[in-house]
Design a protein around this ligand. Structure first.
Ligand SMILES: Cc1ncc(COP(=O)(O)O)c(C=O)c1O
Length: 373
């Protein structure tokens, strides 16, 4: 069958037997009225700790809550300055504001699309922040992760790592999520490890931070009707945990198929005015998305071609954080070299999802190549 459309992402390429296993697991949870907490949640947290090499993992309701909980559990208090990248998803900005922090956006490196150590140092020296949220985008990680961690620790800056997109990503041969002071991820269904609804998690090697995080996501409880902290309800669901536990059995195949797609684009889309960008040498990406860069002047026409060929695409993300309307009344300052703004106009994401077929990839490649010929 010849291909005439490829979605940007589809979530329904389940392994054979997966849906059946999930539905029978749901029936069991209902029979046992195990709606909140229980063995699926405990098993998930344990598996995630094993995979990421973090000592403690706390499941929570979503990736945005995870950042808010992480900021508070790490010790960030009201009206303290928190740095965040100018290129990220808006949830990072929201989390800083919702946790009571005062956001300062810091530009990313134009080549790596992530923070670099020099700009991070400049921001710490200029703004003396209490904390910073290092974001690892695109399933990559900042190549300067280790230097940023060291500089933050030496300058008493609490470093929270937003790894919503980087489950399974390695930096310097080590798990990003497992080596942070405190890191977070999202299990939004479109992530590499997606749940059957919203979910997220917090990863740390610090026992006190883990304890506080767990307390914050459960109404600040010290026991059932005693509340040592003001938290909220951000517990992870048991159906979502079941879905994630079953998904973890296939995670290697899912990541391998995404990575193969990115590699195919990289090999095939050469000698044209569109460059498929790779993560840095010391980073092993997870295939979350295929990132290409194009002259911003040429992007609209290529997008029209993709639309006419029924090919989905993304522009992750189409605007810098400091330029969002909602940022104006909260932003305390920024370091802006125009890089996030440039990336937002130059980035183009091609279809990438688990079990995308060779025929689909070939259709995308032929369409893009013929656009420029
Ligand atoms: C970088 C980043 N941070 C935070 C989030 C928020 O996660 P969630 O949608 O689970 O709240 C996302 C999700 O898209 C994200 O990509």
């Amino acid at each position: 069958m010849s291909i005439d459309r490829v979605p940007f992402i589809t979530l329904n390429r389940f392994e054979s037997g997966f849906k059946k296993q999930f539905l029978s697991g749901v029936a069991e949870l209902v029979d046992n009225t195990q709606f909140v907490g229980g063995p699926q949640v405990a098993t998930l947290e344990q598996k995630l700790a094993e995979m990421s090499h973090a000592k403690h993992v706390v499941g929570c309701a979503n990736g945005t809550d995870a950042i808010q909980i992480a900021l508070r559990a790490a010790g960030v208090e009201k009206d303290q300055v928190v740095l965040l990248p100018d290129m990220t998803f808006w949830a990072t900005f929201e989390a800083v504001v919702n946790a009571g922090g005062i956001p300062v956006t810091v530009d990313v490196n134009r080549d790596t699309c992530h923070w670099d150590i020099n700009t991070f140092k400049q921001a710490v020296d200029e703004y003396k922040p209490r904390a910073a949220v290092l974001v690892h985008l695109y399933g990559w990680a900042s190549p300067d992760t280790s230097a940023i961690r060291s500089y933050a620790a030496a300058n008493d800056v609490l470093l929270i790592e937003d790894g919503a997109q980087c489950f399974g990503t390695l930096c310097d041969d080590d798990s990003v999520l497992g080596n942070a002071l405190i890191a977070t991820t999202s299990f939004y269904p479109a992530k590499v490890l997606g749940a059957s609804g919203d979910a997220g998690a917090i990863f740390t090697n610090d026992e006190d931070i883990a304890k506080t995080a767990r307390t914050l996501c459960n109404h600040g409880r010290s026991d059932h009707y005693s509340h040592g902290l003001v938290g909220w309800n951000s517990r992870i669901g048991s159906y979502e945990s079941l879905f994630l536990n079953l998904s973890l059995e296939h995670i290697e195949a899912r990541l391998a198929s995404r990575l193969a797609a990115v590699e195919y684009y990289r090999e095939q889309l050469v000698d044209i005015p569109l460059k498929v960008v790779t993560s840095s040498d010391n980073v092993e990406e997870n295939g979350y998305c295929a990132v290409a860069m194009i002259d911003p002047e040429l992007r609209p026409e290529l997008i029209s071609t993709l639309q006419s060929a029924n090919i989905g695409y993304g522009t992750i993300y189409p605007g810098a954080m400091s330029r969002q309307q909602g940022a104006a009344s909260f932003l305390k300052g920024k370091i802006d070299f125009g890089n996030a703004d440039f990336i937002s106009k130059a980035v183009l994401n091609l279809p990438c999802f688990a079990y995308v077929t060779e025929a689909e990839l070939d259709y995308v490649v032929r369409t893009v190549r013929s656009h420029f010929n």
